[in-house]
Design a protein around this ligand. Structure first.
Ligand code: PBG
Length: 338
């Protein structure tokens, strides 16, 4: 063994030295997950004392607003900054134009009121999209051929966003993928005095099969049937197109941008972060949650280990935060780890 220390490469450099002990692994760790990074999506029901489990999303429940309040309280205690609301709309209120989305006394505005009154410090995000409200399960208005119309849909989304803003929501998140909707929503918010309402744009949202369990949860799956959303959501084969979408949303006034789904699209998260340096979020969607849960339930994967690893991977890819159904479990785990 002569002069090895002066030689480039092995053994002067032994990558395993820093991996030897927990202290040095912690010392050189580049990315970390914190409760501050988490947004917790929840499904809200009408009525009182209503609780329904979602078969395809073990551990996830649809809750009426009164039962949601203790969940919100726990989010505050755990340091989760934002709760994202997804309504389960009574089928009798669903119409081809989804007009219930603009009802100021609807489920979402009532839930926003209740949450902000009880926990003003907890951020509330609402999804701006028509699919929970339409009788056909699409995110927009249809023409006679069934094609999703752009401008009439945007007009409805603007009304929906204003309804949420008037109810006191902190963040509106248009998830519909219509062209020009961020600009239209931003303009309307400014015109109506909601100058501090934040927009988190679902900018690069793909036409993904990973949304299946979510559509069960909000009850749009049956309405949608075998139809898909390929005429407005992005083609999974595209990557440059995601950058064009994000650029447009930033130009139109988005405060934060999002990539969705998450794990199969971490390359997009990285490109978006590197290109725009914007607050960038990723959505670990229902199907991603379902597959990890199913494998864990079978004893094929270690639940907590894959949960934490998958969330850390989002941070490493460049995400500032993650929408995830694991938010509460992950925040509890982080608390235990100290
Ligand atoms: C509605 C919406 C969807 C999701 C979030 N907002 C479903 C869809 O576009 O069909 C999916 C979330 C998930 O799968 O967890 N526009």
């Amino acid at each position: 063994m002569k002069n090895f220390v002066n030689m480039p490469g092995f053994p002067g450099t032994r990558m395993r030295r820093l991996r030897r002990d927990d202290f040095s692994r912690r010392l050189v760790r580049e990315h970390r997950l914190s409760a501050d990074d988490l947004i917790y999506p929840v499904f809200v029901l009408d009525g009182q004392n209503q609780r329904q489990s979602v078969a395809s999303m073990p551990g996830v429940e649809r809750l009426s607003v009164d039962l949601l309040l203790p969940v919100a309280e726990e989010c505050v205690k755990l340091g989760i900054p934002v709760l994202a609301l997804f309504p389960v709309i009574d089928p009798r209120l669903k119409t081809p134009d989804g007009i219930e989305a603009t009802n100021p006394d609807g489920l979402v505005p009532r839930a926003v009121h209740a949450l902000k009154a009880a926990f003003p410090q907890l951020g509330v995000l609402t999804d701006v999209a028509l699919d929970p409200y339409t009788s056909h399960g699409q995110d927009g208005l249809l023409d006679d051929s069934g094609y999703i119309l752009n401008e009439p849909t945007v007009a409805m989304l603007v009304k929906q966003a204003l309804t949420h803003a008037s109810a006191g929501v902190d963040i509106v998140a248009p998830s519909d993928m219509m062209d020009g909707r961020i600009g239209a929503v931003r303009h309307a918010l400014e015109e109506n005095g909601h100058i501090l309402t934040r927009i988190m744009a679902y900018s690069a949202k793909y036409a993904s099969a990973f949304y299946g369990p979510f559509r069960d949860a909000v009850g749009s799956a049956a309405n949608l049937g075998k139809a898909d959303k390929k005429v407005y959501q992005m083609d999974p084969g595209n990557s440059d197109e995601a950058l064009r979408e994000v650029a447009l949303d930033i130009a139109e006034g988005a405060d934060m941008v999002m990539v969705k789904p998450g794990m199969p699209y971490l390359d997009i998260v990285r490109r978006v972060k590197d290109e725009f340096h914007m607050p960038t979020f990723a959505y670990q969607v229902s199907g991603e949650y379902a597959m990890l849960k199913a494998a864990a339930q079978n004893g094929w994967l270690d639940h907590d280990a894959v949960m934490m690893e998958s969330l850390l991977a989002f941070k490493r890819a460049g995400a500032d935060g993650i929408l995830t159904y694991f938010a509460m479990d992950a925040a509890r785990k982080l608390r235990q780890q100290g």
